[in-house]
Write a protein that binds this ligand. Structure first.
Ligand code: XMP
Length: 305
């Protein structure tokens, strides 16, 4: 465990030293990692920081509205509506690593544009330790590390929580008095719902994944998983009313973990699973089937792509 006060002091000093009198932008996603990075950077350089939230369209339900409220105290908060550009960048892309790359590049383009407008020379990121080792080991190229385009138009990248594990980041979040909705929030991958959709990302699949994930989050909250969500994994036959339909297969995942490196599928009560099933199929006529993923990590990963 880290000494939170000492860490905050050191990280703040380090950011101040790295950025100096220049301006910086931060990739704000609403997750705990980037929120802590933003709060630290805001402490260090105040108004020199522009927190940029890119609405990729790959976010959870209500995320954009939540961000506006939570970070309203940062006057320079900038919300970019990039939903169409991300969908375009992902059109026809089915390979998981290509998806990450397309998303990573689009992300950086969005930031670069905002950074130019604010004369920012530095990019602050919420990369944490497990992101780095998984990328170095090439298990997956996390968009905020391995997927960066070769030429990034910033003088430097500052990663204040790069040596921390997730539970340590949460500790810092609490010490920084960030709202519980941030400090205790489930981790959400940088590429968002795109890694919870097998194959091409379309607006329709995104809608199914977003609504179903919202149901899962609500229903499993009392069981306090480390991460829980729904993924769109294919199509199968079902019966709705008097008709056979070829609808979406939604896979529900709920795992316990310390840091995401390994995970155990949660032993959820049957009633909870049935309630999830009935809400997801009831709320969306195009979902034919809901399955529960009982695979641990390893051998599976937590996300689907
Ligand atoms: P996996 O699926 O590799 O996930 O078992 C481990 C943890 O990492 C998150 N994850 C990502 N986070 N960019 C991110 O920022 C990514 O590309 C990415 N892929 C997975 C995942 O949600 C889990 O918490």
């Amino acid at each position: 465990m880290v000494d939170a006060e000492a860490f905050i002091e050191e990280a703040t000093a380090e950011i101040g030293e790295a950025v100096g009198d220049a301006n910086a932008v931060i990739a704000l996603s609403g997750g705990v990692d980037s929120s802590v990075a933003a709060a630290l950077a805001y402490r260090a350089i105040g108004e020199q920081l522009t927190p940029v939230y890119v609405d990729t369209g790959l976010m959870r339900k209500g995320e954009t509205e939540g961000i506006r409220e939570t970070f309203a105290f940062m006057e320079s908060l900038t919300v970019v509506d990039a939903r169409d550009r991300f969908l375009d960048a992902l059109a026809g892309v089915t390979d998981p690593e290509e998806k990450r790359h397309a998303i990573g590049e689009q992300f950086i383009r969005e930031f670069e544009r905002e950074a130019k407008e604010t004369d920012a020379e530095f990019l602050v990121q919420g990369t944490i330790y497990p992101d780095r080792i998984e990328s170095e080991g090439n298990i997956k190229s996390h968009h905020n590390v391995g997927g960066l385009p070769e030429v990034v138009d910033f003088e430097g990248i500052v990663e204040p929580v790069r040596d921390l594990y997730k539970d340590e980041v949460r500790e810092i979040a609490r010490a920084l008095d960030l709202e519980a909705v941030i400090s205790e929030r489930m981790p959400f991958p940088g590429p968002g719902l795109a890694v919870r959709i097998i194959g091409e990302v379309t607006e329709e699949k995104l809608g199914v994944a977003r609504d179903a994930t919202h149901v899962v989050e609500e229903e499993v909250a009392e069981h306090d998983p480390w991460q829980a969500f729904a993924a769109v994994i294919g199509k199968a036959t079902g019966v709705k009313g008097d008709n056979r339909v070829h609808g979406w297969v939604v896979s529900v995942r709920s795992v316990e973990s310390r840091d995401g490196m390994t995970a155990r599928a949660q032993d959820l009560p049957w009633e909870t699973l049935q309630r999830i099933q009935s809400r997801i199929t009831g709320e969306n006529d195009d979902v034919a089937r809901v399955v529960y993923d009982v695979t641990h990590k390893p051998p599976a990963t937590i996300e689907y792509e």
